[in-house]
Design a protein around this ligand. Structure first.
Ligand SMILES: Cc1cc2nc3c(=O)[nH]c(=O)nc-3n(C[C@H](O)[C@H](O)[C@H](O)COP(=O)(O)OP(=O)(O)OC[C@H]3O[C@@H](n4cnc5c(N)ncnc54)[C@H](O)[C@@H]3O)c2cc1C
Length: 407
């Protein structure tokens, strides 16, 4: 199925234009699919090191025992077999915008006409003293899904009843603004059933958070007395960890954890930093109409790594950006119709097995930035039936959304 006409430059008999998509997460896999679907005049290659991708979204349900990790794991076979995307399982180590090629860890080089880069997030090195790669094995961040999420679940399972779970929340901007608070809710859901004397302590870098009244209302109704949230003005920021002692140190205090989940400050994924695609903010400035980098022409950046105005760093937003980017590249390379960008974010956040809240945002984009256009968020006092229905809708959304990404 093709929706793009052949551009004179890529007419029959000429070599196909090569689009290289780096990163097979939400943004990259969506872009690869829609580029390949859009025109037979493109040769689309997706480079991703992992054979399978585990979604961060719904990984909090796994921590609660409500989903298996396998049910959140997806392969690339359909992208290859149905859509003709060439999938290369390797890591890109460098991008050369002059020579228009990329180097792979395995030693090969791949040439391109356009790149779509979707490397996700990286963690700011040294943001929390003592929190290095080795520390993630004892105090997992679980902010990329897979082995890290499994470690955290195993630690929660082996924690004694009456233990303290400490959740360290990073400063803005970070991947999935409601994510840490959904995590606290769903771990409380698990504790309520199996370790009812356990406590959850949230050490935040911020003084307020997304949908705070809705979360606090849910915590009071479902888990009274179990969750304590300490804002940045109280903690003074999270300064250090002592992995051996399972200690988390803030500006003025030291907290002893039985299980610690440390989510550090974030920036665009490492490759974006190495390829000089980031500005002082640590994120990649882009043209909102096409997601082409403002720093390197011919390279588009989508997903969490992009500096996309007021858009949240979310899977839904990444998928929406990927489509805008794919259509812009199709227009540039095949002469297909140009579309005005339509950007959206929808999110289901689960507070308990029968209580989910929803948010939906539409954005308007101009050549300078992306702004919120319209906004809906569940409210304190919503009818219980609506919240229960939202749990079922979330399940349906997950199935449809991952089908849209991976085929
Ligand atoms: C706990 C949690 C809950 C969440 N819940 C939701 C939710 O309910 N709804 C929602 O919309 N969003 C949610 N999110 C956010 C969502 O998961 C991310 O915003 C989304 O995954 C971002 O997509 P991405 O493509 O930018 O990055 P990713 O999905 O992280 O993909 C990046 C990919 O790039 C690859 N890569 C990195 N470097 C290289 C390289 N050098 N070469 C090749 N490949 C590379 C990686 O292997 C990875 O597969 C949640 C996140 C968390 C942590």
């Amino acid at each position: 199925m093709c929706i793009g006409a052949l551009h004179p430059q890529t007419a029959r008999g000429q070599a196909k234009a090569r689009v290289l998509v780096i990163g097979g997460g939400v943004g990259g896999a969506t872009a690869a699919k829609y580029l390949a679907l859009g025109s037979e005049a493109l040769a689309v290659t997706l480079v991703e090191p992992k054979a399978q991708y585990t979604t961060c979204f719904f990984s909090n349900l796994y921590l609660a025992g409500l989903r298996s990790l396998e049910s959140l794991t997806h392969g690339y076979e359909t992208l290859e077999q149905r859509y003709g995307v060439k999938v290369v399982h390797d890591s890109v180590t460098a991008i050369d915008p002059e020579a228009k090629n990329v180097s792979l860890e395995g030693g090969a080089k791949l040439s391109y006409d356009r790149v779509v880069l979707a490397p996700g997030i990286g963690f700011k090195v040294g943001a929390i003293d003592g929190y290095d790669d080795a520390a993630t094995q004892i105090m997992p961040h679980a902010w990329t899904a897979g082995p890290q999420t499994r470690i955290l679940r195993e630690q929660l399972e082996s924690m004694e009843d009456g233990g303290v779970f400490v959740l360290v929340v990073p400063p803005d901007p970070f991947r999935c603004p409601p994510g840490p608070y959904e995590r606290a809710s769903l771990i409380a859901y698990y504790f309520k059933q199996y370790k009812p004397r356990a406590k959850i302590l949230i050490l935040d870098a911020k003084d307020s958070f997304f949908a705070q009244d809705v979360f606090e209302d849910g915590w009071n109704r479902h888990y009274p007395g179990m969750i304590e949230w300490l804002p940045g003005q109280f903690t003074g920021g999270i300064k250090a960890v002592d992995v051996k002692g399972r200690l988390v140190k803030t500006a003025g205090d030291t907290f002893k954890a039985d299980v610690a989940n440390v989510i550090p400050a974030q920036e665009a994924g490492r490759l974006a930093q190495q390829a000089h695609l980031v500005d002082q903010s640590g994120w990649c400035p882009i043209d909102p109409m096409t997601f082409e980098s403002k720093l390197q022409p011919g390279i588009h950046v989508i997903g969490d790594a992009a500096k996309a105005g007021n858009m949240a760093k979310s899977a839904f937003a990444s998928n929406s950006q990927a489509k805008v980017c794919a259509f812009a590249i199709l227009a540039a390379l095949t002469g297909s119709e140009r579309f005005a960008p339509h950007l959206f974010n929808t999110c289901f956040t689960v507070l308990a097995s029968d209580d989910a809240v929803t948010s939906a945002i539409s954005y308007s984009a101009d050549p300078e930035t992306i702004k919120v256009n319209d906004f809906f968020l569940s409210k304190v006092g919503d009818n219980a039936w609506i919240r229960r229905e939202a749990v079922h809708q979330a399940d349906g959304w997950y199935a449809a959304f991952t089908h849209d990404i991976f085929g």
